[in-house]
Design a protein around this ligand. Structure first.
Ligand SMILES: NC(=O)c1ccc[n+]([C@@H]2O[C@H](COP(=O)([O-])OP(=O)(O)OC[C@H]3O[C@@H](n4cnc5c(N)ncnc54)[C@H](OP(=O)(O)O)[C@@H]3O)[C@@H](O)[C@H]2O)c1
Length: 249
């Protein structure tokens, strides 16, 4: 893979899981990386330490992506540390898997404001910079938007909205050289899915059985794809939503 032409990348929700893998992969291509987190400062500091130990540049910045003030702070810190932000990975998200009857108004607010509003707020903040010539935004959706699993209606609805937002935003921002794509990861082993009891569950076994490549995803599986989409090698790709699930569909 050729080197990343971007100077500054923000990866939201990079204190652990898939976001940590994406932050590390971007740093390996030469980007200075802002490791965003909401609560887990130790996790974010660990990711920063791993990147800097390999000679990369990274800094941890706390911000709740569902807050406009926090997102402005995130971009302000990123620009102060490394200059204009030209790569944005919208990875931060929350999920619950529950029957329809268990969806509360509070849970709706939590998932939609983090997963969808967060993506909109950060995209606005990137586009508000008038000193970038080109940029790449990668939104992290889910293969669930294709497989449509039972008991994931709210989460899948939030991510399906992210997919639609991706395609429409790409049309609006394309004339400014800002590309917007999404990836749809398959079920993967992360702190988040472990906390949900997914690791070792029947649901995991069924998903692996239905996955042509025969395993769950790992944080390392998505970094190369995100680094590619962020790079100039992907200069002709925008408004695309890419399934990265070992063939699960
Ligand atoms: N793992 C899977 O099987 C899977 C499959 C398909 C798609 N995905 C998608 O991949 C992404 C990462 O999933 P994951 O399993 O790696 O998640 P995870 O292990 O639960 O980690 C979530 C990350 O998001 C951060 N975060 C949550 N809410 C936030 C907010 N409001 N503002 C800023 N950061 C916030 C967390 O920060 P703190 O820890 O600091 O709170 C953490 O760094 C998500 O978009 C998820 O929907 C995952």
């Amino acid at each position: 893979m050729s080197s990343n032409n971007a100077r500054t990348a923000i990866v939201t929700g990079a204190s652990k899981g898939l976001g940590a893998g994406m932050a590390k992969a971007l740093a390996e291509t030469g980007a200075a990386v802002v490791v965003n987190y909401r609560e887990d400062v130790e996790g974010a500091d660990r990711v920063v330490a791993e990147i800097t130990a390999k000679g990369g540049q990274a800094v941890a910045v706390q911000a709740d992506v569902s807050s406009g003030d926090d997102v402005r702070h995130l971009f302000g810190q990123a620009r102060e540390a490394y200059g204009p932000v030209d790569v944005l990975v919208n990875n931060a998200a929350v999920a619950t898997f529950a029957p329809l009857s268990d969806i509360t108004e509070d849970e709706f607010q939590r998932e939609m404001t983090t997963n969808l509003l967060g993506t909109i707020l950060t995209t606005q903040a990137l586009a508000a910079q008038d000193d970038i010539d080109a940029a790449s935004i990668v939104n992290v959706s889910t293969a669930g938007a294709v497989t449509l699993p039972q008991y994931a209606s709210l989460y899948v609805a939030s991510k399906s909205a992210v997919n639609a937002f991706t395609i429409v935003a790409a049309k609006e921002l394309g004339p400014r050289g800002i590309r917007v794509n999404a990836i749809m990861p398959g079920p993967s082993d992360t702190e988040g899915t472990r906390a949900m009891g997914y690791a070792g569950s029947d649901q995991e076994a069924q998903a692996i059985a239905a996955t042509p490549l025969g395993r769950s995803g790992t944080p390392g599986d998505y970094g190369p794809l995100v680094a590619f989409l962020a790079s100039d090698d992907a200069r002709w790709i925008t408004g695309d939503v890419i399934l990265a699930s070992g063939g699960l569909r």
